[in-house]
Ligand binder design. Structure first.
Ligand code: SF4
Length: 342
């Protein structure tokens, strides 16, 4: 009989299960306490549960946590990358980034990715499978342990397109933010997407308080389709409309991410086009220097051009930041995750 990982369930789902087996509802909270407060690794360790409940749990569930295969630390900035092996031997990576008091975990949501962005190492792996809810949560548990509970931010921006695994990610967010779970505020979580329009609208209509970032790259539809083939499914026009809808429904600002490539999307006209296209959206923009780790034919925009791009945006009243490059020496920077065991 198939056994299911207890880390895959929200508190409400466990309460439902307790009702199905005629156990008290509060037992679900006790189980959450063992999982997320005590961090136990076996159902037998749940000492305050009656023996018959332990038996019923073991007939249905197990506790499965990914194994840390490798830990690599940047000599430049302390960025630390973890290579994790999942129960089916699939490999994923997550990354801890340090910036003074701010400690951010970059979380993976899929094994590989099927979106095919031409500038991204993960794309070369292709899509293998979605991560289960527990496999997403486990990355956060690992980071909390490694930082002595000092983790301040979570970005779902590692391997995979988070909104193509929305069912499992949504549940993971509920458990991570549940006060009986990891009790980590949703306002400190950011989901980064290339623009899966129906799910952006779903998030806008939900009660979630997470932040949303959209990887824009360019506001030229044709060029975007060339760099990010998924743009053919959801066009820029639709994505911008979804961003406006998100603003209206949540009253929250969107972050657009714009990776700067030399001579592709980094000139003054590109900045002016961006301002014009996004004129009805409430947003800030993160300009990301490209990490030229792949033989993709792209290279990093020159510093002077990046600064000029930022200056144009700021002069039009837009909050524009240039992201600090982190973890490039250990292939942990944006677009570099490839879950390579070597
Ligand atoms: S950039 Fe994101 S969506 Fe695009 S291929 Fe890489 S992981 Fe997938």
């Amino acid at each position: 009989m198939t056994l299911y990982n207890l880390y895959n369930y929200t508190l409400d789902e466990l309460i439902d299960f307790m009702q199905q087996i005629k156990a008290e509802r509060y037992r679900a909270k006790q189980i959450f306490g063992w999982l997320y407060d005590k961090g136990i690794t076996s159902i037998d360790e749940m000492k305050n549960l009656p023996k018959d409940l332990i038996k019923k749990l073991k007939e249905r569930f197990l506790i499965s946590i990914p194994e840390v295969k490798k830990e690599t630390k940047s000599k430049i900035d302390g960025t630390t990358k973890y290579l994790l092996r999942l129960k089916d031997d699939a490999l994923i990576e997550c990354v801890l980034l340090f910036d003074n008091e701010r400690i951010t975990l970059c979380v993976s949501t899929q094994v590989g990715c099927g979106c095919g962005c031409r500038f991204c190492s993960t794309a070369l792996l292709g899509f293998k499978r979605n991560l289960e809810t527990g496999e997403i949560i486990s990355q956060v548990m690992l980071a909390r342990k490694k930082t002595n509970n000092k983790l301040t931010n979570i970005v779902f921006m590692g391997m995979g397109e988070p909104l193509l695994n929305w069912k499992n990610l949504n549940k993971a967010i509920l458990v991570i933010s549940d006060k009986n779970g990891l009790n980590f505020s949703q306002t400190r979580m950011t989901i980064s997407t290339i623009g899966i329009v129906p799910v952006i609208k779903q998030i806008a209509d939900s009660d979630l308080k997470v932040n949303l970032a959209i990887s824009l790259i360019t506001v030229k539809d044709e060029l975007r389709s060339e760099l990010m083939p998924f743009n053919k499914k959801y066009s820029l026009k639709e994505i911008i409309k979804a961003a406006e809808y998100y603003n209206k429904k949540t009253k929250k600002q969107i972050t657009f991410e714009y990776v700067l490539f030399k001579n592709i999307n980094d000139n003054e006209q590109d900045a002016m086009d961006l301002i014009e296209k996004l004129k009805d959206v409430d947003y800030k923009i993160n300009l990301i220097p490209y990490n030229s780790s792949l033989n993709t034919g792209f290279s990093k925009s020159e510093n002077e051009k990046m600064l000029n791009f930022q200056k144009i945006l700021i002069s039009h009243g837009i909050k524009a930041f240039i992201r600090k490059e982190k973890g490039a020496d250990i292939k942990a920077a944006c677009g570099q995750l490839a879950a390579n065991i070597n």
